[in-house]
Ligand binder design. Structure first.
Ligand code: MEV
Length: 314
């Protein structure tokens, strides 16, 4: 029987460490971030397909280029089903603003692929979910490592190496993660291609930086396994300094990192693509995390969240 409505959801992610280096085969650690929630709703409705989301409301066929990742996979999926692109509408609701380094573009893709498969009554394998969602990411970000798609599909802390099977990395750290939104749109695509330009034009200087980031990710894993939050904080600071050197931080992110560390954070860094978006900071207790959030809001953060590091995350 034909479905009248299909609804699917996906949550966001936070990269703890390893962003950008992960594009070059180095490992990265990511955790799910349920505060970011994307919901795709597909309703049967006679006529041409329409689309409603943060950036656009109108005919699907007239959607702007910035939605090309999404519109391409919708077209391709429907055509792979031998169905017609008509008689339904798509609404995408998001609990946070896009381009914050929280994986909203991958989450939009994941939720929409799931909703389309359900709407057309097709069984969805994890491979197909990854393939379609990452196809959208390739269009949006140019050269994605696949980490955003992998963590958003898996919804579990993840140790990720590009092209390798996903390795869940469960951990329980007695610490809290502060996430602060700079309020500035991140620029993942521009940041990823700027790093590529640096790698190509100055490999002797830049490749060691990328390797250093990989080593920091391995050291972060070791610290997490040993429950050494002080060392983990220092590792985060070092990673931020390298990301800054790679040109993917900006003034506000650097300012937030210094506000967090001056106010008790064990360490802090940008998260995700950078050049805007969010900063993360490690705090030893909930009270300290709340204090850091207060200071960050006073310093201009648009929003802050506190995430426990697995203590009661399942
Ligand atoms: C974006 O969330 C993470 C980057 O490393 C890009 C990628 O891995 O695709 C900046």
């Amino acid at each position: 029987m034909k479905k009248e409505t299909s609804i699917a959801t996906a949550i966001g992610k936070i990269i703890l460490i390893g962003e950008h280096a992960v594009v070059y085969g180095q490992p990265a650690l990511a955790i799910p971030f349920p505060e970011t929630k994307i919901k795709t709703i597909i309703n049967r409705e006679k006529g041409p397909v329409s689309l409603e989301c943060y950036f656009y409301k109108g005919l699907f066929s007239k959607a702007p280029d910035r939605l090309l990742g999404l519109t391409t996979i919708v077209r391709e999926i429907v055509s792979s089903f031998n169905e017609k692109l008509k008689d339904f509408n798509i609404t995408i609701e998001s609990s946070i603003l896009p381009e914050r380094g929280m994986g909203s573009s991958a989450a939009v893709a994941v939720a929409t692929v799931k909703a389309l498969y359900d709407f057309f009554n097709r069984p969805l394998t994890e491979e197909d979910l990854f393939k379609w969602s990452n196809m959208s990411e390739k269009i949006v970000h140019g050269n994605p490592s696949g980490i955003d798609t992998a963590i958003i599909i898996g919804e579990k802390p993840l140790y990720y190496v590009k092209g390798k099977p996903f390795i869940p990395f469960p951990f329980e750290l007695d610490a809290y993660l502060v996430v602060a939104d700079t309020g500035e749109l991140g620029e993942t695509q521009a940041a990823v291609s700027a790093v590529k330009k640096m790698v190509d034009s100055n490999p002797h200087k830049v490749k060691p930086l990328i390797r250093q980031l990989g080593n920091l990710t391995r050291a972060a894993m070791d610290s997490i396994e040993k429950g050494d939050i002080v060392r983990l904080g220092m590792i985060m600071n070092n990673a931020h300094a390298i990301l800054d050197e790679l040109g993917v931080s900006n003034e506000k992110l650097n300012y937030f990192v210094s506000v967090a560390t001056k106010n008790g954070a064990l360490g802090a860094k940008l998260t995700g693509g950078g050049r805007g978006g969010c900063m993360i900071a490690l705090a030893a207790s909930k009270e300290e995390a709340e204090f850091i959030c207060k200071k960050l809001i006073l310093s201009g953060a648009e929003n802050t969240w506190i995430s426990n590091m697995g203590v009661d995350r399942k």
